[in-house]
Design a protein around this ligand. Structure first.
Ligand code: ATP
Length: 433
């Protein structure tokens, strides 16, 4: 990482941790490497990203059905999907200090003075555990490494119960687990993370059309949540990089402080998965196309994104510093109004009961429709700084004049312009935005 970029990384991570977006997991016990808890603001931000994702699926030119599938499935699922054999990364171990590394990454490996590595071995990334009171081969299960398989194994269930017609999609958001050899870069690569995946089923003759559709759609979506277009690019996998199930894959990459990194992979999985599950389960997973009176296994286009990775890219992308006239620096997360964890901060000028009471009343009016917060601690200057830092688009100040004229001041985070408006019109003011 260049110095400047390293600085950006450090600053964003520091604010994320100190302001309640992300905490180190098990921090009171010294933390657990690569595990993070999302605090009040991070958890709101995660909810907002995921609800904007669900909402965007309403605009798709075909039906998209939501599912919410189990993390623990029959081990047969992972046998059939190929994960048991193929979901591996090459790993080397230093013969001297026994540290282990992924051997296919571009990063320079440095461990000890006498580093000497074994030949690469394939390391399976699935977490293993046991289901039920008996620990043996038969009770062994895996934590899902992707949400996608939960969709494939429910293809027939959704088809039948929803009377779905091709083309259509099934979407799933949730936790996935990978025992990454080298997790790191804060929440970019963790062992427990959240994915947002769509499997889009279509006729083979329309694969390319839908692949292009989803690439365009998903690129636009990242911009719509506030990620700068200049920091996004598409990269197609070459033959050697393609996953075992993929005919073609195009990644959407974000320019992280350490370089380009994947945000989402859009893959043409063909009928690989349905075919594999049909073979292994013996269940008919074909689709009957009444238009041309044919039964077939549909092709699948899969936009597979990371929710937690997107959250990090968003924080990096909207972080800004502004020099003020008095030479102080203002630090901001310039979140869109829709995505900001707190949309409106309500700040009584002092801790006087009357001002707090008016603030609480305004809060009551606004918090049914907006994410609001009444902030009464510390000086008004410090509170403004905090609201800027956590990316609150609007702050309302209740001052002593408010008690006389029933008016309040609304300050815009980005322009710092202030409007004096009547308390009665406060809802109307935000509705009009
Ligand atoms: P990478 O090459 O970075 O390991 P991948 O190609 O294995 O990622 P996919 O299997 O395509 O990832 O998973 C889809 C999405 O899930 C990724 O684009 C990413 O956003 C997210 N993701 C995958 N692994 C992790 C992880 N360990 N931590 C956080 N997010 C992840």
């Amino acid at each position: 990482m260049e110095m400047l970029d390293k600085e950006l990384f450090d600053k964003v991570v520091k604010i994320a941790q100190s302001r309640g977006f992300v905490f180190n997991a098990s921090s009171i016990y010294g933390g657990l490497r690569s595990s993070y808890d999302y605090g009040p603001l991070g958890s709101l931000l995660k909810q907002n990203i995921s609800s904007i994702w669900w909402k965007s699926l309403r605009n798709v030119e075909a039906d998209i059905y939501p599912v919410d599938t189990a993390i623990i499935q029959s081990s047969e699922v992972w046998k059939s999907s190929g994960h048991l054999n193929e979901f591996t990364d090459p790993m080397v171990e230093c013969k001297n200090c026994n540290k282990r590394f992924r051997s296919d990454s571009d990063e320079v490996i440095e461990c000890c003075e006498n580093q000497e590595f074994t030949d690469p071995k394939q390391f399976n990334l699935m977490f293993e555990t046991y289901s039920g009171p008996v620990k043996n081969e038969n009770s062994q299960v895996f934590l899902r490494p992707e949400t996608a398989q939960g969709i494939f194994i429910n293809f027939e269930n959704v088809l039948r119960t929803m009377r779905a017609k091709i083309p259509f999609g099934i979407a799933n958001i949730g936790k996935s687990f990978r025992n990454e050899i080298t997790p790191g870069q804060f929440i970019f690569r963790t062992r427990e993370f959240e994915q947002m995946e769509i499997e889009f089923f279509c006729n083979e003759s329309e694969e390319d059309k839908w692949m292009d559709y989803w690439i365009k759609e998903r690129m636009e979506w990242y911009q719509s949540i506030g990620i700068d277009k200049k920091q996004l690019r598409l990269r197609e996998h070459d033959e050697s990089e393609l996953a075992h199930y993929a005919k073609k894959t195009v990644d959407i990459e974000y320019l992280y402080p350490w370089g380009w990194g994947e945000l989402e992979g859009i893959a043409n999985r063909g009928s690989y998965d349905l075919h594999a599950h049909q073979e292994s389960s013996g269940k008919d997973l074909t689709y009957f196309d009444s238009l041309d009176d044919k039964k077939y296994l549909p092709s699948v286009i899969e936009p597979a994104g990371g929710l937690t990775r997107t959250l990090f890219a968003l924080l990096l992308s909207v972080y800004e510093e502004e020099k003020l006239e008095n030479d102080e620096t203002r630090t901001l997360f310039k979140f869109n109004f829709d995505i900001a964890p707190i949309q409106i901060g309500i700040l009584p000028l002092s801790k006087k009961d009357d001002l707090i009471k008016v603030s609480e009343q305004i809060n009551k009016t606004l918090n049914q429709n907006y994410r609001t917060e009444v902030d009464i601690t510390q000086s008004i200057g410090k509170r403004y700084r905090r609201q800027d830092e956590i990316g609150t688009p609007y702050c309302i100040t209740v001052d002593f004049d408010s008690l006389e004229d029933n008016c309040i001041t609304v300050r815009n985070r980005d322009t710092m312009k202030q409007d004096r408006i009547s308390i009665e019109k406060v809802s109307e003011y935000f509705e009009k935005l």
